[in-house]
Design a protein around this ligand. Structure first.
Ligand code: ASN
Length: 609
């Protein structure tokens, strides 16, 4: 406490008039403030007639008596109660005293005093009674008090904590401060309670670390809120985060996994969106489920469904009746997300039994927990003014770290569209010059990679970050060259509409048109020609030899594509022969017929047949 360790700072404070002294001391300089919103749960329950139920107005006074949770001396010496509006609800954690606590103090490199104030709900709820309105209330209270506190602790029952944490993670937009849910398996008033440790850990992290996420703190570990699920009814280790390691661990030292901590990457102010769509549901597949069950589940007003399927996201592909029900619903606009019944892992398209679901219009839930998908649906479907397509797109996006950014495990390469999008999005966060330089260096290969896999969305992200899509890679190959090779018509169309030039040449002198000819992409050749692409003089000069060779092999497809690209069919080859005479000499009758037909069309001036 301040009184027994008079620093020069403290002496200096002593010389100030009381009101000023209190302001300096209790202002932001020496203390951090945490708001504890008590919604209920076992942590504050007492036994009534042999069953546990929440006990109102007992929490603060109980904690005030515990020296580990409250430093009354500090409060008295510093006039803490006079400074805060709600003295009866305000407590202050003592400063570290023992050696272990000294180490802990050093690990957060600060000597701030954590002052915490309780906001208790009435009635306190067993979390099984929580509703979406209660989530809204918590959200509003965080928003209302956002600027007055450094962090927030939500005391909550464990039963539905994963749902509330997931929902709050989406509802809290552009969050910049920690919001930590915690509770316990045994009431805090009992001898062997896990509640005291959980509350202490949550208070310290909320007060001393800027981890701007909605988290769950339980049994010495801090988890991302939308990644947890309750896995044990009796263990103090009640939560697991199967697909993401903890954000922090509280042992003798506190270790924060800063690389994992989610950042909002925004310059927009924090806000809470409390509108939630309740026409959502969870359906768990089981062998023998009837089509009638599925049909009635998917009836209006249902708008969003989490389908819990087997293994890597599989369902029977021999049940046309079931698949028809799913397809009928997605056609009607119901968004159905495919998630696995397994505790750990991701859905993927490994099996035919998985693929059928995407054909029925489902979207992959990647590695999201069912709780996260459900609340994400609730959040996304309630946003007004979004069209159906945008809502589906948001469901597939990683909004708050609820799913892994890359597909298929640790594979991170340029053929992974999510990777490209993540890079593109994160590069758009700043307008600093260095970042712009990095962006300019990375954008061309990223755009080429996106063109390679036909990902228009990724190209759009790259364009949004302010890059031109017409810049070539190290070989001067532009995204248009690459999309033309791969035959991605939509990408070619998109690139043409966004400034890509049909005339750009790579280091080998190839144009997108000559690439499309080489890979025999007829529809792309047509589109490029329509846009004004043409073979170069050199290409036209060698086209005669090429045509003769194709004619000699009776390669009808090849002849057609050169014709579409604008080659003049009677251009002589290196020995002066025409393709027609070569085909005739080689007895390739179909090629003769085709050439005759195309030549007469050429004569009549309708080259593009
Ligand atoms: N039924 C309690 C609740 O969720 C369980 C707990 O908190 N441990 O509120």
């Amino acid at each position: 406490a301040l009184s027994n360790s008079k620093t020069s700072d403290a002496e200096c404070l002593d010389s100030l008039p009381n009101a000023m002294r209190n302001c300096t001391l209790h202002g932001s300089r020496r203390e951090v403030r945490v708001l504890v919103i008590n919604t209920g749960g076992t942590i504050g329950m007492k036994s009534h007639n042999d069953v546990l139920s929440p006990e109102s107005n007992a929490f603060v006074e109980g904690l005030r008596k515990l020296t580990t949770f409250h430093d009354e001396q500090y409060a008295q010496d510093t006039g803490l109660y006079e400074f805060y509006d709600t003295p009866d609800k305000t407590l202050v954690l003592p400063n570290p005293s023992s050696h272990a606590e000294e180490r802990f103090k050093r690990s957060y490199k600060d000597n701030k005093q954590v002052v915490y104030t309780f906001l208790e709900y009435s009635p306190l709820l067993d979390s099984s009674n929580m509703s979406t309105e209660d989530w809204g209330k918590i959200g509003k209270d965080i928003e209302k008090n956002y600027e007055c506190y450094n962090g927030f602790v939500i005391l909550h029952g464990t039963d539905t904590m994963a749902y509330t944490a997931s929902a709050l993670s989406f509802m809290c937009e552009h969050l910049g401060k920690p919001v930590i849910l915690t509770g316990s398996q045994v009431p805090i008033y009992e001898m062997r309670s896990d509640g005291r440790d959980n509350l202490m850990g949550a208070l310290l992290i909320a007060g001393l670390f800027v981890i701007p996420e909605v988290c769950v703190y339980f049994r010495n570990k801090l988890y991302r809120g939308n990644r947890v699920t309750k896995v044990d009814t009796g263990s103090f280790n009640a939560f697991a985060s199967p697909n993401l390691p903890p954000l922090a661990k509280m042992d003798v030292d506190i270790t924060v996994n800063w690389d994992t901590v989610w950042r909002a990457n925004t310059s927009t102010k924090f806000r809470v969106r409390t509108e939630l769509n309740r026409n959502v549901g969870l359906l768990r597949l089981f062998p023998g489920i009837t089509a009638a069950t599925v049909r009635s589940f998917l009836q209006p007003p249902m708008e969003g469904v989490v389908l819990e399927t087997y293994g890597t996201g599989n369902a029977p592909d021999n049940r046309a009746d079931l698949l028809a029900e799913l397809k009928e619903a997605t056609d009607r606009g119901v968004i159905i997300i495919n998630t696995t019944q397994c505790l750990r892992g991701t859905v993927s398209k490994v099996y035919a039994t998985g693929e059928v679901l995407y054909k029925a219009g489902l979207l992959p839930g990647v590695d999201m927990t069912p709780e996260a998908v459900l609340s994400k649906l609730s959040y996304v479907l309630a946003i007004e003014g979004l069209d159906h397509q945008t809502k589906k797109k948001m469901m597939a996006q990683n909004l708050r770290g609820e799913m892994m950014a890359d597909l298929a495990g640790a594979k991170l390469d340029l053929s992974d569209s999510r990777f490209i999008q993540v890079i593109a999005k994160s590069l758009s966060i700043s307008c600093k010059e260095e970042l712009e330089a990095i962006r300019d260096a990375l954008a061309p290969p990223l755009a080429c990679a996106a063109a390679k896999i036909g990902d228009v969305e990724a190209l759009e992200s790259i364009r949004e970050m302010g890059s031109y899509l017409s810049v070539g890679d190290y070989d001067g190959r532009t995204p248009l060259h690459i999309a033309a090779c791969e035959g991605h018509l939509k990408v070619v169309q998109y690139l043409l509409e966004h400034g890509s030039s049909v005339h750009s040449r790579d280091r080998y002198g190839d144009t997108p048109l000559s690439n499309a000819v080489r890979f025999r992409r007829k529809d792309i050749v047509r589109l490029l020609r329509k846009t004004g692409a043409h073979l170069s003089r050199e290409q036209l000069a060698v086209s005669g030899t090429e045509l003769c060779s194709l004619a000699a092999h009776g390669d009808l497809d090849g002849l057609q594509i050169w014709h579409l690209a604008g080659a003049v069919l009677n251009t002589p080859g290196y020995d002066g022969q025409s393709a027609l005479s070569v085909a005739t000499g080689a007895g390739k009758l179909e090629a003769v017929a085709l050439l005759n037909r195309l030549l007469s069309a050429e004569d009549q001036g309708k080259g593009d047949e």
